[in-house]
Design a binder for this molecule. Structure first.
Ligand SMILES: [Fe+2]
Ligand SMILES: [Fe+2]
Length: 254
């Protein structure tokens, strides 16, 4: 894309935003970028035409290899809108999460790990989240140290989310997660793995703040939309999920 077309696109987007005062958010997760895998270049240019911001909900790489992050970073050059995101469990797999993080940050992605960022009047609070299960069947801190460590990690991520939400000054807040905060949007996955797909602790925190929308990924075979017990809309935007756009990304207006 030339600088002139880019500027034109930017002007048109600003006009569209002025028209209805809303930010058009494209959200997508679970790209699982591999060496010699599919390219996302065309998809990112398409998204730049239809949205004002791209939100990425983790599992951006398949095995967390720096080479995979570099491939994604190269594809992201065709994205001309601001990018915000969180990492997923796959981005940790190889033990190079710091390198993966710095490659994606250098590519322009504002990676959130318990922070918030405000873009055009919308506050994005992001954290990866963790497993632990839902509702009455949530894993409790009891028994072996390994179980307690797992629950502690889940609580820790929830506290990071709370800190992020406290930083939001805007009236319009979106929560960006990798793991699911409610059971509704993991439905479609085998029931036996629900406890590994997310935790209700995240929803408990979300419901203490005026959150307009929540996006997450991780449950590739889950369900597109649901609500927290407090009524915040939740969208599973894993690229595999069928969405109203008919595309791998969801389009939300906030
Ligand atoms: Fe995934
Ligand atoms: Fe995942």
């Amino acid at each position: 894309m030339t600088k002139a077309t880019e500027a034109k696109g930017e002007a048109a987007r600003t006009e569209a935003k002025k028209a209805n005062g809303k930010l058009r958010i494209a959200a997508m997760g679970d790209l699982h970028v591999k060496e010699h895998g599919e390219t996302f270049r065309d998809l990112f240019s398409e998204i730049s035409q239809v949205a004002d911001i791209l939100v990425l909900t983790g599992d951006l790489t398949h095995l967390g290899k720096p080479r995979e992050a570099e491939i994604l970073a190269a594809d992201l050059r065709s994205c001309s809108i601001p990018m915000v995101g969180v990492l997923g469990n796959h981005d940790y797999e190889c033990g190079h999460v710091e390198e993966v993080t710095s490659i994606l940050k250098d590519a322009g992605v504002q990676l959130l790990e318990g922070q918030a960022v405000e873009i055009d009047g919308v506050g994005f609070a992001g954290v990866k989240g963790f497993a632990g299960g839902f509702g009455r069947h949530m894993l409790g801190s009891f028994g072996e140290p390994a179980i307690k460590a797992m629950v502690a990690e889940s609580v820790e991520e929830t506290m990071r989310l709370e800190n992020a939400l406290r930083q939001v000054r805007s009236e319009r807040a979106m929560v960006v997660l990798h793991y699911a905060p409610i059971v509704e949007t993991v439905q479609g996955e085998p029931m036996e793995i629900y406890p590994f797909l997310g935790s209700s602790r995240l929803a408990e925190t979300i419901d203490r703040f005026p959150v307009k929308a929540v996006v997450h990924g991780h449950a590739h075979r889950g369900t597109y939309s649901g609500k927290t017990p407090g009524g915040a809309p939740v969208y599973n935007v894993a690229s595999h999920i069928e969405k109203p756009t008919g595309r791998p990304y969801a389009l939300l207006e906030l």
